[in-house]
Design a protein around this ligand. Structure first.
Ligand SMILES: NC(=O)c1ccc[n+]([C@@H]2O[C@H](COP(=O)([O-])OP(=O)(O)OC[C@H]3O[C@@H](n4cnc5c(N)ncnc54)[C@H](O)[C@@H]3O)[C@@H](O)[C@H]2O)c1
Length: 85
């Protein structure tokens, strides 16, 4: 069984819908984190978030075009209440 080292943590994974990002999403979810799948491709993000919900735990898809600067204000807004508890 995977150790729950990330219990009570929330991970925002940019480019999380596919490829390397998706792998991080799934593995951090298996370690107990709640996952925000942030990606320009919302449909793919929804698919990955649904996969996480089935296999591991809580996850939300988020359409987000990520930039290195300035840092996006991903953590603001009431959407995050869905990951509480
Ligand atoms: N796959 C490899 O072996 C490998 C090796 C070294 C480096 N890289 C680099 O790592 C990165 C990811 O690789 P990958 O294979 O997972 O790519 P990928 O194309 O499979 O997945 C990238 C994901 O990021 C999303 N995305 C792209 N631009 C975005 C943006 N501005 N904001 C939010 N989401 C965005 C895409 O929609 C996609 O879901 C790339 O920059 C790639 O060049 C990949």
């Amino acid at each position: 069984m995977t150790p729950k080292r990330l219990k009570d943590k929330v991970a925002i994974v940019t480019g999380g819908a596919q490829g390397i990002g998706r792998a991080y999403c799934l593995n951090m979810a298996l370690e107990g984190a709640k996952i925000v799948v942030a990606d320009v491709n919302l449909e793919a993000a929804k698919k990955t978030a649904t996969e996480i919900q089935k296999k591991a735990g809580k996850s939300l898809p988020l359409r987000q075009t990520c930039q290195t600067s300035p840092a996006p204000r991903l953590w603001q807004g009431k959407r995050w209440s869905a990951l509480a508890g």
